[in-house]
Ligand binder design. Structure first.
Ligand code: LLP
Length: 403
């Protein structure tokens, strides 16, 4: 039996909670996590959910409850993960371009830390020397990922310490007797090709021998998920086989076996999320038929920001005859979700659902045009729970200094 939420179920939820509405299915998240742990059963692996994809506390709690760790990209995400009940040992903070004070805070909170600049590594050495284990984020100079905005490992990228600066890293390690336990790379998002990860591992094999205390290597996230019918995804089983092969063929020259870490975001929560909207107005213009919905790029920015494709279905007219529609939002600038897309006949009042809305959906939403952010609902074993209320006017005003 499919664990996906059916159009009927989504319709019921929109009737109960209103729209626009983000719905997440905890069972799909669990299923994806199991796919990973099953595929990598032969390798000592640890998965950290890249929570920048979706940080609702209830989602973090669910992730924690299924035994998955959490990767954070800001000190606030670290605090949310701890607030959700994770133990510090299960939380990783992969920093980028941050003030050193955040690293100090992360150290005080007792979480794992990856440092991504020589400058912060030096400050860390001066302050803590060998007394707190730390990881290094490297830039492997590998081009990967679905588009330039989400490519992070190439040789013009701001992320990580360029691998060609290894000597400078080693000088700092020596000078401050740093206890380097993890080496990290992350090359981008939407990476379908397993060979990209293999290339990353090969870069690391030249570097690993220099770090005597190493316990793990962190290959980041970026597994591609299918957004449209016929879209490919990262072959997780093949990846697991390749990773095992690579590490079997390159035992750590320093003796201790290395644990392999991953930081999947989209893979865990993308397909588990649904954005339900309603059609406000239908408008004809020449050959174009616009369906104007009660949402916009303020709720789901991926189509406008990355030209990302999200599958759209008319759940009010599942068996309707398909025709071409341009689905647009209500934001006061160009705000297009889909152009001339074949969708079941759309009428005013119909509900349109956007699939794959779990990752970087609500999380990248805003109050642009002073519109409210949607409510969020989590479905666990078929039971729906409101996990965030829809904004009200007070939310738009509460931090402003009103005299
Ligand atoms: N680890 C690090 C250090 C990252 O920077 C990211 C994502 C991940 C893991 C997780 O990547 P994922 O498995 O989700 O692909 N907003 C964009 C994606 C940006 C990803 C940023 N970093 C989108 O909606 O396509």
């Amino acid at each position: 039996m499919s664990i996906l939420l059916s159009p009927e179920h989504l319709n019921e939820l929109a009737t109960a909670f209103g729209s626009p509405l983000y719905v997440y299915n905890a069972d799909q998240i669990t299923e994806q996590y199991k796919r990973l742990t099953t595929a990598f059963a032969q390798t000592d692996t640890r998965f950290f959910y890249a929570c920048k994809a979706l940080t609702n506390i209830h989602v973090l709690r669910h992730i924690n409850s299924i035994g998955c760790n959490i990767d954070c990209s800001s000190i606030n995400e670290v605090k949310l993960a701890l607030f959700a009940g994770c133990t510090p040992n299960n939380v990783l903070y992969t920093s980028n371009g941050i003030h050193f004070s955040e690293i100090e805070e992360a150290k005080d909170l007792g979480v794992h830390i990856n440092i991504d600049s020589l400058s912060n590594l030096e400050k860390f050495g001066q302050k803590f020397g060998p007394h707190y284990p730390v990881g290094i984020r490297l830039r492997p100079n590998i081009m990967a990922g679905g588009n330039m905005k989400i490519s992070t490992g190439h040789d013009k990228s701001k992320f990580g310490i360029p691998v060609e600066q290894l000597d400078e890293i080693l000088t700092l390690v020596e000078k401050y007797q740093l206890n380097i336990q993890n080496l990290h790379i992350h090359t981008g998002s939407d990476i379908k090709d397993v060979e990209v990860f293999v290339k990353g591992i090969e870069v690391l094999f030249d570097i690993i021998p220099h770090f005597k205390n190493l316990k793990s290597v962190d290959l980041g996230g970026g597994f591609k998920v299918p957004y449209q019918k016929g879209d490919g995804e990262t072959d997780i089983d093949l990846l697991a086989t390749k990773v095992k092969e690579a590490f079997d063929n390159h035992p750590n020259p320093n003796g201790q076996p290395l644990q392999v870490w991953f930081e999947p975001g989209k893979f865990l929560v993308s397909a588990a999320g649904y954005l339900i909207t309603e059609v406000n107005v239908m408008k004809k213009s020449g050959d174009t038929v616009f369906a104007g919905i009660n949402s916009g790029f303020n709720h789901l920015i991926r189509p406008m920001f990355y030209d990302a494709y999200h599958r759209i279905e008319n759940i009010s007219n599942k068996n309707g005859k398909e025709a071409n529609y341009t689905v647009v939002g209500n934001i006061c600038e160009t705000d297009t979700f889909a152009t001339d897309r074949s969708i079941q006949e759309i009428r005013e009042g119909d509900r349109l659902v956007f699939y794959n809305a779990g990752a970087y959906g609500f999380e990248m939403s805003s109050n642009f045009n002073s519109r409210f952010k949607p409510a969020e609902v989590l479905v666990t074993n078929g039971n729906a729970q409101l996990i965030r209320k829809r904004d009200v006017l007070e939310d738009l005003i509460k931090n402003q200094q009103i005299n």
